[in-house]
Design a protein around this ligand. Structure first.
Ligand code: NAD
Ligand code: ZN
Length: 251
């Protein structure tokens, strides 16, 4: 472990242009469960609602709001943790260009990273918007509607369906973040994955592409991923511990 941390610190120090790529694992220390950790992962407890079902079924929409307002409350109280803070520091210091994230919890922004340096591939669950006109709506307003009427109202501007600003399974990927992630992947020389099972596509294609494009690929995760064999460096451990130790070596 000590050697792996020294090796990762050296890779980061040598890099001209590093990109971090994060998944649910970076936020578990903040109390937000990930998807696939055995037993505790959300996946094993609740099947996600696919986009089509959300669009076509008012009942599935209500179920989705119920989950958001009753189940997924950890996200509302969560604070950035050591791992988020180390990445924020690397961005501030110019060691890392941007963070590409699959997370929807907004904790990278909360850790002080400028909004334009956080590329959200799966959107953001801390606010909602109209699927037709894009009108942003705050969750506090929707929660009050849901408590009073058992449902969320249609868009006040155009009558469209309101949804959290996340990308659900089956929903088209957001164009601009996808373009930025592609650019960052093509131009970086170190691609650092932190806390992702790398099983959700197309997001997981970015580390594959980075490796193929000649960048070094480093992975920090508690458990093995299918890309471990293709990576230049793999550190299996707790993200907070590993990132803190690497940051300490870099000074
Ligand atoms: P995932 O749950 O599939 O994988 C998380 C990985 O992180 C696992 O391999 C796990 O072993 C590892 N991990 C968990 N805690 C860790 C820790 N403290 N230290 C080191 N490793 C740790 O997550 P994913 O790859 O991001 O894909 C899941 C999808 O679920 C994403 O699309 C994401 O949008 C969504 N999601 C997001 C959040 C969030 O925003 N915080 C939470 C749950 C799910
Ligand atoms: Zn609208």
């Amino acid at each position: 472990m000590k050697d792996a941390i020294a090796a990762l610190a050296a890779r980061i120090d040598q890099a001209q242009s590093m990109v971090c790529f994060t998944g649910a694992g970076i936020s578990t220390e903040s109390g937000i469960p990930d998807f696939r950790s055995p037993g505790t992962g959300l996946w094993s407890r609740m099947r996600p609602i696919p986009f089509r079902e959300f669009l076509t079924s008012p009942q599935r929409r209500r179920e989705s709001w119920q989950r958001r307002f009753q189940g997924d409350r950890q996200m509302d109280q969560a604070e950035p943790n050591r791992g988020h803070r180390v990445i924020a520091r690397w961005i501030r210091e110019g060691r890392c260009d941007s963070v590409i994230t699959q997370n929807v919890d907004g904790l990278h922004q909360a850790s002080g990273i400028p909004v334009d340096k956080v590329v959200e591939l799966h959107g953001n669950a801390t606010y909602a918007h109209c699927l037709d006109c894009g009108n942003r709506v705050e969750l506090t307003e929707l929660e009050a509607q849901f408590a009073a009427q058992g449902d969320v109202e249609a868009c006040g501007h155009c009558g469209g369906i309101i949804k959290t600003a996340t990308i659900s399974f089956g929903q088209p990927m957001p164009e601009q973040p996808m373009r930025r992630a592609q650019q960052l992947t093509a131009t970086c020389d170190l691609f650092l994955v932190a806390g992702s099972s790398l099983s959700v596509y197309p997001a997981a294609a970015f580390p594959e592409e980075a490796g193929r494009g000649g960048a070094r690929l480093a992975i920090i995760n508690r458990e093995a991923t299918h890309l471990d064999g293709a990576a230049d460096l793999v550190v299996h451990g707790e993200l907070g511990d590993v990132l803190e130790a690497v940051a300490a070596q870099l000074g």
